[in-house]
Design a protein around this ligand. Structure first.
Ligand SMILES: [Zn+2]
Length: 496
């Protein structure tokens, strides 16, 4: 089983300076290696035996320090670099650019002695990172980018290098360092890759742990699934669940107080002179606020995901979030002028969607479900908010904001909870689940020991009972001859 634990480090002043220096050195070397690879990449397209366009020199080990791809068959970079017999061609497999860059690290240390203070494994993982960025590019990701100070914040040690003892951690070439031992490493687990990361409020370490003798949790088969819960992600509340409970959306970055604070701190940055120390201090405060928001959101999402997964096997909508956050299409008048297209209003909505970060929540659900041997099903969200969960009638007019009134059978419900029930039903039919409906006891005020119907201790949505609907007269919903759209308030007015 593989686990990943995170701790906060407590470096002393010397150590934190050293960690910062390492990041700078590694970043500069990363950018150098990346340039090397990029040059190699462009030279693939040059035919003939020329090294590069600038010098037009013939490719030899002496004139070309550029790491070329294995496609070019550079004789001095084949295999271990030496042929078995003199005059013969080396038959051993060609080395990858990443291996070549690894071999060059010794030269780097010799030429630039200040790199000798860095652990060799850390340098090697840096070249591996360059290689990974290229591998991703070959698989269709964007072209590798040079790293700036703000996007190069971590480095990692190779497995078996880092040691733990009590509340101290041993980092090679840095020494013993204190850390907040918030959870103990389970017995029998081996320490794999260890990554040190800088954040706005200090240094963190994330540790990969592995124990091959411990099996992963078995995944339940579809036939074994007995309970299921539908989730509908929203903005008013973060999650609406098919059993009628909801999880709050605290709007960590878009609430009024935080937005005001962010605005003030950002303004303070903008008023300082560029490149000054005061500006960087002010920027640090902005970073800290961003960090705090992220931490709060993470914590809330883990909590929410835990509560959902504990209940049952979850079913979630497969949302197209990037599609939802797209900009509005530009509108042009006949004369070619741009007209208002509602983008300024959409911007606020996009912010709220980004703040809710449903994708991150879905990922946490997936992780926790896998960890506890449960299942997470995905269903197409099409029509989930327009379908009646009682009669299955699909009509866009049924939904009116937060309210849902079926135009066919008159079923009244909260629109979001209604969607959650539809998600659940969709998952049951799509995956052919054998779910037996269990009726739970309701809470009774006069019973000696009240039984709670739900595990949630948050407010429950009261479902409007169907008998408030008029069965006769003008506002009769069951027989709606004119197919008139009725709002909930119209009906209430009719009753009183
Ligand atoms: Zn209906």
């Amino acid at each position: 089983m593989l686990l990943s634990y995170k701790y906060k480090l407590r470096p002393n002043q010397k150590q934190s300076i050293k960690l910062g220096q390492w990041l700078d050195l590694l970043r500069s070397s990363y950018n150098w290696c990346l340039r090397d690879r990029i040059d190699g990449w462009y030279q693939q397209f040059i035919m003939g035996e020329y090294c590069d366009l600038q010098t037009q020199a013939v490719a030899t080990a002496l004139t070309c320090a550029v790491v070329k791809g294995t496609q070019l068959a550079n004789p001095w970079k084949d295999g271990n670099g030496q042929a078995q017999k003199e005059g013969e061609k080396d038959q051993s497999p060609k080395r990858t650019p990443s291996l070549m860059q690894d071999a060059n690290l010794q030269d780097l240390k010799a030429a630039r002695p200040w790199y000798q203070g860095i652990d060799l494994g850390v340098l090697q993982s840096m070249t591996a990172r360059v290689n990974e960025s290229f591998n991703k590019f070959f698989k269709g990701a964007g072209f590798p980018k040079f790293k700036r100070r703000h996007d190069f914040k971590s480095f990692s040690y190779k497995p078996g290098r880092v040691k733990f003892k009590g509340n101290k951690i041993y980092l090679p070439k840095i020494g013993w360092m204190r850390f907040y031992n918030s959870r103990s490493i389970p017995v029998g687990f081996q320490i794999k890759t260890v990554t040190i990361r800088q954040k706005a409020d200090g240094w963190y370490v994330s540790v990969r742990l592995e124990d091959k003798s411990v099996p992963d949790f078995p995944v339940r088969a579809d036939s074994e699934v007995k309970t299921i819960i539908g989730c509908d992600m929203g903005l008013g509340k973060l999650v609406y669940l098919s059993d009628g409970s909801v999880i709050d959306n605290p709007r960590f970055s878009t609430n009024k107080k935080t937005r005001h604070l962010m605005k003030v701190r950002q303004r303070r940055v903008n008023r300082k002179q560029k490149g000054s120390k005061n500006r960087s201090k002010a920027q640090q405060l902005v970073n800290k606020l961003h960090n705090k928001i992220a931490q709060r959101r993470e914590s809330h999402q883990w909590d929410a995901a835990n509560r959902i997964v504990k209940k049952a096997d979850a079913a979630v909508e497969d949302l197209n979030i990037s599609g939802m956050m797209k900009r509005c299409k530009p509108v042009k008048s006949e004369k070619g002028r741009f007209l208002s297209n509602g983008q300024s209003a959409k911007r606020g909505l996009n912010r709220s969607i980004a703040d809710a970060s449903w994708y991150a929540l879905t990922q946490k659900l997936e992780y926790l479900a896998a960890k506890s041997g449960k299942r997470l099903y995905r269903v197409n969200p099409k029509h989930t908010s327009q379908t009646c969960s009682q009669c299955g009638h699909i009509d866009q007019a049924s939904r009116n904001g937060e309210k849902f009134i079926c135009t066919n059978c008159g079923h009244i419900d909260d629109a979001n909870l209604q969607a959650a029930r539809n998600v659940k039903q969709k998952a049951i039919t799509l995956y052919g689940l054998n779910i037996v409906k269990v009726f739970k006891k309701k809470v009774r005020g006069d019973s000696p020991k009240p039984v709670q119907t739900t595990l949630f201790d948050v407010e429950l949505y009261e479902r409007l009972s169907d008998n408030t609907l008029p069965t006769k007269g003008k506002g009769c919903v069951g027989k709606n001859p004119e197919n008139k759209q009725l709002s909930l308030w119209d009906i209430k007015g009719e009753i009183s």
